[in-house]
Design a binder for this molecule. Structure first.
Ligand SMILES: Nc1ncnc2c1ncn2[C@@H]1O[C@H](COP(=O)(O)OP(=O)(O)OP(=O)(O)O)[C@@H](O)[C@H]1O
Ligand SMILES: CCCC(=O)O
Length: 357
């Protein structure tokens, strides 16, 4: 065992963890945090120590010699807007993740866990790659209808970029030469216009706009939201949660799992059928809206990826509406750990610039 990469993808009730040596996967596990599911819900900050120790214990129990881990790389969270690339986790980043100044989400644990674990291993360093705040928006995409508000770039940059590069490779082309529309269909949904290797527009998938998703509300009727804010019935935290963590399918079915809703639909539940179709309709509308970003240039492909891209019916409903724009290519699931490992290997080989946050 030598020069190992530890990759981390924290989700609400579990952390996906993998250890790689070169192209070999030495260890892969979805570590469930059952105590979080039982309703004891400490803040994300307060979960760092607990998750760190559980992960280290798992590695030990599975005979991973942690002294050989050189790179600990986590999914990148809500920090300041940055360019695409690999970043060393430094104190300023830890500070921003802990304060949640740019938004509070489980994804913030990626950098924090990487930091905690790397500090426990001599010779290891912590990194993130292509965090959700990668910002390549063209200026015109930043406008809203009020000068006080600017649109922010928050999308699944890691899975978008890796999926787009995978498609480019299949087409014997360079990502930087292609025009693509990528839709990540996961717990959150983000859809971006990739023009010659830059994501010049995308829905703000966290608390901004776009289709509703399994857990996020997406665009809501603004006037009604404002009235609800002042109804006296909800706290600020409850209103924010409605948008970011308890919207979309969760609001209709009280489950965080789109898979479960698809199962309901397949068992004949009419409401599940209707709501999933509405989500597919909104995704299709947003994909179509990005066509204008290419200023008349041909679009080389529409890529559907993420967990919901495994559902044939959901995919078919989108495909039928958007294949007039470009060929539709499906990459089911999100290879988050694989993508992090890819960057981890590049770090070890000195083949990527390590950017400063
Ligand atoms: N076969 C399937 N059919 C339908 N939905 C599925 C299937 N497999 C997974 N999902 C759903 O996909 C969603 C998770 O997708 P994914 O793993 O891409 O996202 P994530 O990493 O959890 O979250 P995010 O996309 O916000 O980063 C869950 O709602 C899950 O239930
Ligand atoms: C945190 C931003 C991306 C998402 O919706 O999960």
């Amino acid at each position: 065992m030598r020069d190992l990469v530890l990759a981390l993808n924290p989700r609400t009730y579990f952390t996906r963890v993998a250890v790689y040596q070169g192209n070999s996967t030495l260890f892969f596990k979805k570590i469930n945090h059952h105590n979080l599911e039982k309703g004891i819900n400490p803040s994300f900050n307060d979960q760092v120590e607990y998750r760190t120790s559980v992960i280290l214990k798992e590695l030990e129990e599975n005979d991973i010699e942690i002294k050989h881990i050189k790179v600990v790389i986590g999914r990148g969270g809500l920090i300041k807007p940055v360019e695409s690339g690999v970043y060393r986790v430094n104190e300023e980043m830890v500070q921003d993740l802990r304060s949640a100044e740019f938004g509070e989400d489980v994804v913030n644990l990626g950098g924090l866990l990487a930091d905690g674990i790397a500090k426990a291993i001599k010779g290891a360093h912590a990194y993130i790659a292509d965090p959700v705040v990668v910002d390549e928006l063209q200026d015109i995409a930043r406008f809203t209808g009020r000068p006080e508000f600017k649109r922010r770039s928050i999308f699944h940059a890691l899975n978008h970029k890796i999926s787009a590069r995978k498609y480019a490779k299949i087409k014997y082309a360079e990502y930087e030469d292609m025009n693509l529309i990528v839709a990540h269909l996961g717990g959150g949904i983000s859809i971006g216009a990739h023009k010659k290797g830059r994501v010049i527009d995308a829905n703000q998938a966290y608390d901004g706009d776009g289709p509703f998703s399994p857990i996020r509300s997406g665009s809501l009727p603004m006037g009604d939201v404002i009235k609800m804010c002042y109804s006296g019935k909800y706290t600020k935290e409850e209103m924010l949660k409605m948008q970011t963590g308890e919207g979309g399918l969760y609001a209709y079915f009280k489950t965080y799992s789109a898979y479960d809703v698809c199962q309901l639909r397949d068992a004949g539940d009419e409401k599940a059928e209707e709501v999933l179709s509405a989500m597919a309709y909104q995704v299709s509308k947003y994909i179509s809206s990005l066509y204008v970003c290419f200023e008349g240039e041909a679009v080389d492909g529409v890529i559907l990826t993420g967990g919901l891209a495994k559902d044939d019916k959901f995919v078919r409903e989108i495909r039928n509406r958007v294949e007039v724009i470009a060929p539709v290519y499906v990459i089911p699931g999100a290879e988050v750990l694989g993508a992090l490992s890819y960057y981890g290997q590049m770090i070890l080989r000195g083949e990527t610039e390590i950017k400063n946050y």
